[in-house]
Design a protein around this ligand. Structure first.
Ligand SMILES: [Zn+2]
Length: 252
């Protein structure tokens, strides 16, 4: 197996970490937006309750004016009744007075109903105000949490990217390019372990002879799976690391 293969395996591990962190970082702004839209919902509910309150007050004022107008009309007719000349005119005036008083009392009942409606709307306004306060606090906490997570993940990503650069420098350029090409097709899994005479990624058979060479530290070939095209590696043993360890032991 080519001596740079362990580095490629390491590169793949870091690439997987980077992909996870990136996906997480991309999802975080969406979560912020969702939190904001919850807050906007609570704000909109309060606004419409306040509008309903204003309308209910306007309606109450209008009905109160109606009461005043009908009462005023009754007063006017009563004042006229002392100066009428005929019985018929007097009777007609009495009818007008009775009508105006009936209308005034009807409007008074409506004012009472409307006062209850206003109270109901006031309760709703208070309810939505409490809702908004609660949402405000919850979402402020959520936002803080999301932002802290963003900072933390960003730091991890920067570290992983730096680590990646470091590993990549140890890999010959043509192997780097090959890895990048395969990773484009198989993100995060350009490398496949050969074990039990099989590619562990796609299940394709790996010839015993190839497996033998993969384990051989003196071999510098790059083998690709005939099924999926991934770069094959063997973990038993890791020839390069063992060779270094052996050198180290010999020197000491
Ligand atoms: Zn395969």
């Amino acid at each position: 197996m080519h001596p740079a293969i362990p580095q490629l395996v390491e590169l793949q591990r870091v690439d997987q970490v980077i992909a996870l962190l990136r996906a997480d970082l991309e999802a975080l702004p969406k979560r912020l937006k969702e939190a904001d839209s919850k807050l906007n919902g609570a704000r909109a509910a309060l606004t419409s309750a306040k509008e309903a309150h204003t309308q209910a007050l306007t309606q109450r004022k209008k009905l109160e004016l109606d009461v005043e107008q009908w009462k005023e009309r009754a007063r006017k007719y009563r004042a006229q009744s002392s100066s009428v000349k005929t019985n018929e005119a007097y009777k007609a005036l009495q009818q007008e007075i009775a009508h105006a008083e009936a209308e005034a009392s009807k409007a008074e009942d409506q004012v009472l109903d409307q006062m209850m409606a206003v109270e109901e709307v006031e309760r709703r306004v208070k309810h939505f105000e409490a809702d908004l306060r609660e949402a405000d606090q919850t979402i402020a906490a959520e936002r803080k949490q999301i932002e802290a997570r963003f900072t933390e993940e960003k730091k991890k990503l920067d570290a992983a990217v730096a680590e990646r650069t470091e590993i990549e420098q140890k890999v010959p350029e043509e192997l780097r390019d090959l890895y990048a090409r395969i990773a484009k097709k198989h993100p995060g899994t350009a490398m496949a372990e050969a074990r039990g005479e099989q590619c562990r990624s796609c299940g394709m058979r790996v010839l015993p002879h190839t497996l033998q060479l993969l384990k051989l530290e003196t071999d510098e070939e790059v083998f690709r799976c005939e099924g999926c095209g991934r770069i094959l590696y063997s973990l038993e043993p890791i020839p390069h690391a063992q060779k270094e360890a052996a050198n180290g032991a010999a020197q000491s």
